[in-house]
Design a protein around this ligand. Structure first.
Ligand code: DCP
Ligand code: MG
Length: 608
């Protein structure tokens, strides 16, 4: 933001999520929008939070620049060799045999509102309220109005703006209609939100002997016939590229990137990094300001320095972006098994209100779980404070649960440990799920204990890939990560959002959370005897803990997956301490310090 360094035009560097261009905002007078947003938000908590984040990022950029400047020729040569080898390996993994289609409904909530009330057609429309809007029609976007923007700012940008309230029943209804169509083209389609999905259309194309272009046109027509809504489609050899492509001809358009090496490399050579899912505002800023990287192709040129400055899994991701690689296999269904519900509301520190809201969320979550016959064992509480800091706290239960009462007991315990606090969002997520007919409630505890006894210490191996001390940047990045989640769809005003097991993520957020990994020891259970290292993504997509693959763009999936492992680690700590009371089982082991599980939920302690 650097608001003070720009003299009489401080808004010029005031880049917020509101000033990011979305489809349909190409001709917008960016400076005018920035000025209005700056003036209206100056002094607000949002403004303060943006300043705080900016200071953290600036510090990180300075540290990285210093580190960059200190790199010796020998180090550069060393990292260049690593980068060259990795590029060869990544290239060898290129799979051009699959055809992926990404579909994204156009101005979804606004389009549904217009369908229900045709008099709104062609008018500047915002869905939401004065405090927050969820989306805007393309007519409104011309004025700079966009999702996640407070309504009062939107009004200033577009005085004729019409507001309509949200209607989640309707969105779910239309979303179901679209999913019925998707399943005809790919029964294993991956829905990433109510209005977006990835379809592997390889089989459809070959079985029907038609090209992907024809499939895309037919699919869009069918969606329109079934729903009356338009959508945009991108087709490419992998999901990363397909998503980029679906945005190119929005609204009501499509873009096909052929399954051809030269076509992919040409496409990627001038693609701005920001267009790639997982590279958000912060990643873009860091890569640009530290290394002068602006296009995907630049990533390949800077491979050595990337390896020198960032953790291997981050750099692997960057290089794969530079090569135009992305997910081509359908992730295992198991990975999408988590269920959550969250609400945004006007910030309050009234504990009775907060506990009432928590009870409401627990009730919705419980109902959704029961509807899907799911039981869960890892409960995560997500909080967004009045100052926009996001915290997550997780606990692993001794048994699988899905009743409101059970969920509320543990959720309340997690919340109580954080209070007093003024909050604007709360959410509950249940992961580590199972079908309720598969296990008796006591099974998991038994299973964990047994596996511990047979496998022994399962702490993952610390990353030793780097002889680089990242301690200088680690703290600031951790802080940033804690505040960075949720720029996106979490800004709804009092609107419940339940994701089911088929909805893996709402939106892609920033891969900058990966930056923090060099030397990424996060939880030290006992400083002398044992170190727990947070699992990380080997090669950018393989979990270091269990080997399961989750593509980089599945940010929410990854978060849930890591939550699960972290909670599991904590649970194993408990088991380990229990075992210490049986010396004959522990002979030959070093004494472990018992860390009560509650210690990890102490106020202010961040695990993410
Ligand atoms: N949404 C939200 N809050 C956000 C972003 C989105 O509530 N910050 C909701 C409203 C959108 C829906 O999710 O209608 C789909 O999000 P998209 O990002 O796909 O946006 P749209 O479908 O509205 O527009 P586009 O045509 O750009 O896809
Ligand atoms: Mg959309």
């Amino acid at each position: 933001m650097e608001a003070t360094s720009d003299g009489d035009r401080p808004w010029q560097s005031y880049h917020t999520v509101y000033t990011n261009a979305k489809a349909g905002m190409e001709g917008v007078d960016k400076e005018k929008v920035q000025k209005i947003i700056y003036e209206l938000s100056e002094g607000s908590k949002y403004f303060e939070n943006e300043k705080r984040k900016e200071a953290i990022i600036k510090q990180k950029i300075d540290n990285l620049r210093t580190h960059h400047a200190k790199l010796t020729e020998k180090e550069i040569t060393h990292f260049q060799r690593i980068a060259d080898n990795r590029i060869l390996e990544l290239e060898a993994s290129r799979d051009l045999s699959k055809i992926w289609l990404h579909i994204d409904m156009d101005a979804f909530y606004a389009a549904v509102a217009t369908l229900e009330n045709p008099s709104l057609k062609g008018k500047p429309l915002a869905v939401g309220s004065m405090s927050m809007i969820c989306t805007a029609s393309y007519e409104a976007r011309k004025y700079g109005v966009r999702a996640a923007m407070p309504g009062f700012i939107a009004c200033k940008l577009c005085p004729d703006l019409i507001f309509v309230p949200t209607n989640f029943e309707k969105y779910t209804y239309y979303s179901e209609l679209t999913r019925n169509v998707f399943s005809k083209y790919d029964p294993d389609f991956i829905a990433t939100s109510l209005d977006e999905a990835y379809l592997n259309i390889t089989d459809t194309c070959s079985q029907r002997g038609i090209g992907c272009e024809e499939v895309a046109v037919e699919l869009r027509n069918t969606i329109f016939q079934e729903t009356g809504l338009t959508c945009s489609v991108g087709v490419a050899p992998n999901r990363m590229l397909a998503k980029v492509c679906s945005d190119i001809n929005k609204p009501n358009g499509q873009f096909i990137l052929p399954n051809d090496y030269n076509a992919v490399m040409t496409f990627i050579s001038s693609l701005p990094i920001r267009k790639v899912g997982g590279i958000g505002k912060v990643s873009e800023q860091i890569l640009r300001d530290v290394l002068g990287i602006s296009t995907c192709a630049d990533m390949l040129q800077k491979g050595a320095v990337l390896y020198a400055l960032f953790h291997q899994c981050s750099t692997d991701f960057f290089l794969s972006v530079g090569l135009g690689l992305g997910g081509t296999d359908t992730p295992q269904q198991k990975m999408r098994k988590s269920i959550s519900n969250e609400r945004t509301f006007s910030a309050t520190n009234d504990e009775s209100i907060l506990f009432q809201k928590l009870a409401d969320i627990a009730e919705t979550l419980s109902k959704d779980m029961q509807k899907e016959c799911l039981l869960g064992r890892t409960l995560t509480l997500k909080l967004k404070t009045a100052s926009f800091e996001v915290r997550t706290r997780a606990t692993t239960l001794q048994k699988f649960v899905n009743s409101k009462e059970d969920i509320l007991i543990y959720a309340s315990k997690l919340l109580r440990a954080e209070l007093p606090l003024s909050l604007r969002l709360m959410g509950l997520r249940m992961s580590h799920l199972d079908d309720d007919d598969k296990h008796s409630p006591l099974d998991p505890m038994q299973k964990t204990l047994t596996s511990f006894l047979t496998i022994g210490n399962v702490a993952p191996i610390a990353d030793k890939s780097a002889d680089f001390d990242a301690s200088d940047i680690q703290l600031s990045v951790r802080d940033y990560v804690a505040v960075s989640y949720g720029n996106h769809a979490e800004s709804l005003n009092e609107c419940p959002k339940t994701r089911n097991k088929y909805e893996s993520i709402e939106k892609i957020s920033d891969v900058s959370s990966l930056f923090d990994h060099k030397g990424g020891v996060v939880a030290s259970s006992s400083s002398s005897s044992r170190i727990i290292v947070e699992p990380y993504w080997v090669g950018g997509y393989i979990c270091s803990q269990c080997g399961i693959e989750v593509p980089a763009s599945f940010t929410e999936e990854r978060r849930q997956h890591l939550d699960y492992h972290l909670a599991d680690m904590l649970h194993k700590e408990e088991c380990r301490s229990l075992l210490q009371s049986f010396p004959h089982k522990e002979s030959g082991r070093k004494k472990q310090k018992y860390i009560p599980i509650d210690a990890f939920f102490v106020k202010g302690q961040k695990r993410f």
